[in-house]
Write a protein that binds this ligand. Structure first.
Ligand code: MN3
Length: 210
């Protein structure tokens, strides 16, 4: 783990319009995400020895992070990890549905895509205050739809995130104001299912060798 940097967006900030607007994307990426990176680096400067392990290791084992920076790593390390992941699950153009092994797992474990969508929407709209909605897979290869407060990560519960949606007001308020359900509904137009499927298949492979 070295000094962290803000990853560049892989698409133009207006590329997700009309579902996610340009101004929100710019402020969200350039300002909010940058702040998590800056604060995470400042915390790690106090304990350079942490750089021997990966950020995901520390998020998964916060109890091993020195107490004086534990909250900073939880909030800003989680913020950096969650946002870096979030930009990757977004893609311009009309989003389709998952295919292949992930589609099959959603059918058999979650009752099909429409049921999954309903559960994910409930997790996103039901998260009180700031947080995230997730589709995750456990080390036992079980798919789960969950949510988390603040910048907490499924990694803290030994699960791997496959799909995440930021439901902090900074993620939608400029365009949607109090209409979080509309933002969640529109998110389904810009999901990069190829990326999500790829993470799923790599996680199954990693679980198999453990
Ligand atoms: Mn955010």
């Amino acid at each position: 783990m070295s000094h962290f940097e803000l990853p560049a967006l892989e698409f133009a900030p207006d590329a997700l319009e009309p579902y996610i607007d340009k101004e929100t994307m710019m402020i969200h990426h350039d300002k909010h995400h940058q702040t998590y990176v800056t604060n995470l680096n400042a915390a790690l400067d106090k304990h350079p020895e942490l750089k021997d392990h990966s950020l995901t290791d520390w998020i998964a084992h916060l109890d091993k992070v020195p107490e004086d920076i534990r909250t900073a790593v939880r909030n800003n390390g989680g913020g950096h990890y969650n946002h870096s992941f979030f930009w990757k699950v977004l893609i311009p153009g009309d989003s389709e549905k998952p295919t292949g092994a992930l589609a099959e797992a959603i059918d058999t474990q979650l009752g099909g895509f429409e049921k999954f969508k309903e559960a994910f929407t409930n997790a996103a709209t039901g998260q009180f205050g700031s947080g995230w909605a997730w589709l995750t897979v456990t080390k036992q290869n079980v798919l789960k739809v969950t949510n988390s407060p603040n910048q907490d990560s499924p990694l803290m519960d030994e699960a791997t995130p496959l799909l995440g949606l930021d439901v902090w007001e900074h993620a939608y308020y400029l365009k949607y104001q109090n209409r979080r359900p509309e933002y969640v509904k529109n998110f389904f137009n810009v999901i990069n299912w190829d990326f999500v499927s790829d993470v799923y298949e790599k996680t199954l492979d990693a679980n198999a060798v453990q």
